[in-house]
Design a protein around this ligand. Sequence first.
Ligand SMILES: Nc1ncnc2c1ncn2[C@@H]1O[C@H](COP(=O)(O)OP(=O)(O)O)[C@@H](O)[C@H]1O
Ligand SMILES: [Mg+2]
Length: 251
Amino acid sequence: MSVLLQVHQLCKTYGAVEALDNVSLEVNEAEVLGVCGDNGAGKSTLMRIIAGAIEPTAGTLIFDGVECRFNGPRDALASGIAAIYQDLALAVDQPIYQNIFLGSEILIPTFVPGMSRLDKTTMRQQSGEFLSRIGISLPNVDSPVSQLSGGQRQAVAICRALRWHARLVIMDEPTAALGIREKSRVLDLIRRLRDNGISIVLVSHNMDDVVSVTDRIAVLRGGKHIGTLTTTDVDADRLSHIVMSGRVDAA
Ligand SMILES: Nc1ncnc2c1ncn2[C@@H]1O[C@H](COP(=O)(O)OP(=O)(O)O)[C@@H](O)[C@H]1O
Ligand SMILES: [Mg+2]
């Protein structure tokens, strides 16, 4: 299995707080890596650094064999790393297809120099294609996002990542606000993304979700990476115990 992202000796300090303390880990191609840890373990800090939202104090990211220094989330996106935050950052009054192309609209030049217009036909058609790639059929890509369920909104956010040709998608607590049925739909979405060859980093408090959808699980505690588990070796109870105790060998 080949490595897509190598996180190498990452440190992030806030004054006296070591949010990340020499964290090294790898994300393989087409794998779901869970990131677990108690509150304050450094999960969000790690995620934000990978997504280009904050800079590390020390350490490097090597993505697809190339050392990266991101100057903001746009840089990370352009390199193929997309983050989906809990609020999804959707424009809920706007149609589905415009959300998928938010910030990367397809334009057609007009006869007026320097003026272009939106290529809505192509964006609508490609939106349908992105959705079907992840196994979602929505009645109409012209519907506003406000009419969608929580799981469908996640699908729209995922399609936006596909639109950016993301090879790594980072998701922060994607199931936290969802009911049971919607939750299982989002877990299916994650599996289908992986089947499309995309790697996913899943930050979650929900041990059942993590155990059901990941291939490996990195455990953080107090800013340190205390170990990475193979998911088939643990169940939700054992994982929970490991996260609480901070000991990978915990029974
Ligand atoms: N912007 C910040 N300023 C100061 N301290 C921060 C900041 N962000 C995170 N921290 C601290 O870094 C540690 C790790 O935080 P975080 O990455 O949010 O953990 P988690 O997401 O695992 O709960 C915590 O002690 C937190 O208080
Ligand atoms: Mg957090």
